[in-house]
Ligand binder design. Structure first.
Ligand SMILES: *Cc1c(COP(=O)(O)O)cnc(C)c1O
Length: 379
């Protein structure tokens, strides 16, 4: 099955080979070396010289670790919410007794720097929780501009505000420059842009975040990031050693391709998909489009039976809407897909949509393939 879903995605060949290797004991020298290369590879992917921690958890575990380890229960945080994943920041904060000030946005919209600044004026905020790609709608948050706006505000008011970003679907997919953009904490997971199996969450920390970590008095045992930082070069518990090996192998091939090359490739792939389906009359959900997922309002087409047809006749899995968007949108992700696979997607969509009376013309398909040919990656 070809997973055109924004995680999990099909394993890269190197990840699959890494998974097949024998078990390495986590207290051995061999594991220590493996773990060090994972940490180094992650720093190169987040583009940070700061600290990276690895948790045996899915991405949400990394989000929870960031909340629990960086924010104190009496503090307030600011959270722009435009979908299921940004909403998760609110839910996690609530569990830890942290008050969240929410900026409510329509699905598909992204937060604006000015809105964030205005809220910082109104409340004493310790951290802003952002979602780089709100994967439920494909909306991209301009982390660079928002981070700049927060820094401006901090300088004027002499009050530090941590900038924490869920980059779970965007690491190695959409442009992300953690250090250059002055982000304090970025979270990712193994089963998305890393093309590795699910099971690992990554939390990258700036020096400022490291200071917050030391003072936060974390109320979780397993998710206390301080434990993981202090244990390096060892891992404090039994890690998912096979997932670590697979992630290291996959990261090696990703970094050999080059991360900026991948940003371009995925950007071009997402645009091609967006144009192909827009021409056929589907309206994209996001106003500012991430590469990690492209979502469309399904209009007169039932997205659930469309998904079933693609699965049954083409062995292609697309993603459905979540929560109140179920049955109203469908989502497609190019993560980890070759140009040939993206071409097959176009042909399959044309065939499957015909039964709904939606005409994807030959011209549109030719244009789609020409667009795809513009950016090539040697997988
Ligand atoms: C996939 C995803 C998550 C959730 O990750 P899990 O690995 O399922 O816990 C969180 N945020 C975003 C933006 C995602 O795309």
């Amino acid at each position: 099955m070809r997973l055109f879903t924004p995680g999990p995605v099909n394993l890269s060949r190197s990840a699959a080979e890494g998974l097949a290797a024998p078990t390495t004991h986590h207290r051995s020298k061999a594991f220590e070396e493996l773990y060090s290369s994972l940490l180094a590879g992650l720093k190169s992917s987040f583009l940070t010289s700061g600290t990276v921690t690895v948790l045996t958890a899915s991405g949400t575990g990394g989000m929870e670790a960031a909340v629990a380890s960086l924010i104190k229960p009496s503090e307030k945080v600011l959270i722009p919410v435009s979908g299921k994943f940004s909403e998760r920041w609110v839910e996690i904060s609530e569990v830890y007794g942290i008050e969240s000030i929410v900026i409510d946005l329509e699905p598909g919209l992204s937060p604006e720097p000015e809105d964030i600044k205005a809220r910082l004026d109104e409340h004493l905020i310790s951290g802003v929780f952002l979602t780089h790609c709100e994967t439920s709608t494909g909306a991209l948050t301009d982390l660079k501009s928002i981070s700049e706006a927060i820094d401006d505000w901090s300088r004027m008011h002499g009050h530090r505000v941590l900038k924490i970003a869920d980059c779970i679907s965007t690491l190695c997919v959409d442009e992300l420059r953690m250090e250059e953009w002055h982000l304090d904490c970025c979270i990712a997971a193994s089963q998305k842009g890393l093309l590795a199996p699910p099971g690992l969450a990554f939390v990258a920390l700036s020096d400022e975040a490291m200071r917050a970590l030391a003072g936060a008095n974390c109320k979780s045992y397993y998710l206390d990031l301080q434990r993981y930082v202090e244990a390096v070069p060892h891992y404090p518990f039994t890690p998912a050693v096979h997932a670590v090996r697979a992630a290291v192998a996959s990261l090696e091939s990703i970094l050999a391709i080059g991360i900026e090359k991948l940003w371009k490739y995925y950007g071009n792939s997402a645009s091609a998909i967006r144009i192909l389906l827009s021409d056929a009359g589907f309206k994209p959900v996001a106003s500012s489009q991430a590469s990690a997922a492209v979502a469309f309002w399904s209009g007169g087409v039932d997205p659930i039976t469309l998904g079933q047809t693609l699965e049954r006749t083409h062995r292609i899995l697309i993603a459905q809407g979540q929560g109140h968007l179920k049955g109203r949108i469908f989502r497609i992700s190019p993560i980890g897909k070759t140009t040939a696979e993206l071409q097959q997607l176009g042909v399959a969509l044309a065939e499957a949509l015909r039964q709904y009376g939606v005409d994807l013309t030959d011209e549109a398909l030719v244009h789609y393939e020409q667009m795809l040919a513009r950016e090539k990656v040697q997988w």
